[in-house]
Write a protein that binds this ligand. Structure first.
Ligand code: HEM
Length: 444
């Protein structure tokens, strides 16, 4: 154990680590991404028994994620995630299964209109539902959280399941609320403790048990969707991702990793990642527009000039809306939605910033690190390299179309006497604290 307490030879330095617990209790786990910018460009910490490396500076992030991307493409086996995914899916796997599932997801979703114009009407139609819901409040304060989650989630649902869910569907809303809990718990001190002292904690009550139950609920939901698909499945017409996956299972190619259990986890990966992130970004967007009304006015003026009030926006308008586009980027930068990306793992010995990181060590890319500067090269909200977010083009399309539609039709302001609070809730995603906002229709 003494050896484990010491850093390997040539390993990046870092703050003093206590016996047994290491640096677990050395910092505030409610603002981890801010704390992690403080110890240097590349340094190490010990979480319980496990050493990990944090990378901060833009050039070093590029070196780690792109130049040496192959050596850092794996994910660590974190017990809290493994309890849920049991070695399946595409977000927490490595090697052959990861490559095969990621490639399949990208090509299938691309065929269904990821970043192509065929998805545009789906997003615009969803906006109409959402606008109707917002108008029901007649400019009075309301919390947009669940409606936004539902609206954004419906886009990935249409690709995965072939249909959307009504905002009045309580079962679906419960599922979306769970996603928030899962992302929050995964980045909490509790996750660090559980991942370090799993054997001891496995049988104790706590959030790690809650999210196991939650994930069971999510899996049951997905299984029910798959069973529905199987009932009227026709291999000659593929309606969505599930149909394509069923096809892939039936083809049964050599060395393939396609089976029903894997499909459930892959759908879950896409479902969770495709629901929380974009809707959190838009929730930051509403809040910032209410906080900076002069910026909101400029965005609206540009949209009125280029698109007007009667026509719906399209992706082709983006090139003519440079101010709106810049504001969306700024919302992403300030919102810093996935501050610590997801952890990577070295699959061979690597050299980074003059230090040695042996095979099998976790590396945390801190995407926050240059958040204070407007410097496009340093702005990588979707990460970079082999693990680059596969939803990037979908997310960009959703953000542009939803945001532009909202600005075309609504004016956002804080309820009378309420100041906008831009504090965050830390998790894998960084979300604004719950707030109420007024959405006044611009047409009246
Ligand atoms: C991974 C950001 C939207 C699916 C990631 C990662 C980041 C990220 C930082 C980690 C990359 C790494 O490990 O280095 C975002 C942001 C989004 C967004 C900021 C919205 C504004 C989406 C959407 C989907 C999606 C809409 C749905 C298709 C995924 C998946 C992974 C991932 C499946 C894991 C990929 C892998 O491990 O190979 N995302 N994402 N994301 N994202 Fe996104």
């Amino acid at each position: 154990d003494f050896v484990k307490n010491c850093r390997p030879v040539g390993f990046p330095p870092g703050p003093w680590a206590f016996p047994v617990v290491g640096n677990l209790f050395s910092f505030d786990h409610t603002r981890t991404h801010e704390v992690l910018t403080q110890y240097g460009d590349v340094y190490s910490l010990r979480m319980g028994k496990k050493w990990l490396v944090v990378v901060n500076r833009s050039e070093l992030l590029k070196e780690a994620l792109i130049t040496q991307g192959d050596s850092l493409a794996d994910r660590p086996d974190l017990p809290m995630s493994q309890d849920i995914t049991v070695g399946r899916g595409m977000t927490f796997t490595s090697g052959h299964i990861w490559r095969q599932q990621r490639r399949f997801a990208l090509s299938t979703l691309r065929n269904f209109g990821f970043a192509k114009t065929s998805l545009q009407p789906v997003i615009l139609d969803e906006f109409s539902h959402c606008a109707e819901e917002f108008r029901r409040y007649e400019g009075k304060p309301f919390n947009p959280h669940l409606v936004m989650n539902n609206a954004v989630s419906n886009i990935i649902c249409s690709l995965l399941f072939g249909h959307r869910f009504e905002y009045s569907d309580e079962k679906f809303q419960k599922l979306l609320r769970w996603f928030g809990v899962v992302l929050h718990t995964h980045a909490s001190i509790w996750a660090q403790l559980y991942n370090s002292f799993t054997g001891f904690m496995r049988f104790l009550p706590g959030p790690h048990q809650t999210i196991k139950q939650i994930s069971q609920g999510v899996k049951d939901f997905i299984r029910a969707e798959i069973n529905e698909h199987k009932k009227n499945w026709d291999p000659s017409t593929q309606r969505d991702y599930i149909d394509c996956y069923l096809n892939e299972i039936q083809m049964g190619k050599d060395e393939n990793t396609f089976d029903e259990e894997n499909m459930i986890i892959c759908v879950m990966d896409l479902f969770v990642a495709g629901s929380e992130t974009t809707s959190t970004t838009l929730r930051w967007g509403f809040l910032y527009m209410a906080k900076y009304p002069e910026i909101q006015e400029k965005v609206q003026a540009e949209i009125d000039r280029v698109i007007g009030q009667s026509r719906q926006p399209s992706m082709e308008d983006r090139a003519n809306l440079p101010y709106t586009d810049a504001v969306i980027h700024e919302i992403q930068r300030m919102g810093n939605i996935v501050p610590l990306s997801l952890p990577h793992l070295t699959n061979r010995d690597v050299q980074l910033g003059g230090y040695n990181i042996p095979k099998g060590f976790a590396v945390i890319p801190n995407l926050t690190s240059e958040g204070k500067f407007v410097k496009p090269a340093a702005f990588i909200p979707f990460s970079a390299g082999k693990r680059l977010c596969p939803g990037e083009s979908l997310a960009k399309m959703e953000l542009f179309l939803f945001f532009t539609c909202f600005m075309q039709h609504f004016n956002f302001s804080m309820p009378a006497g309420v100041k906008p609070v831009t504090d965050f809730l830390f998790g894998i995603t960084l979300s604004p604290k719950e707030y109420e906002i007024c959405a006044t229709s611009r047409q009246e």
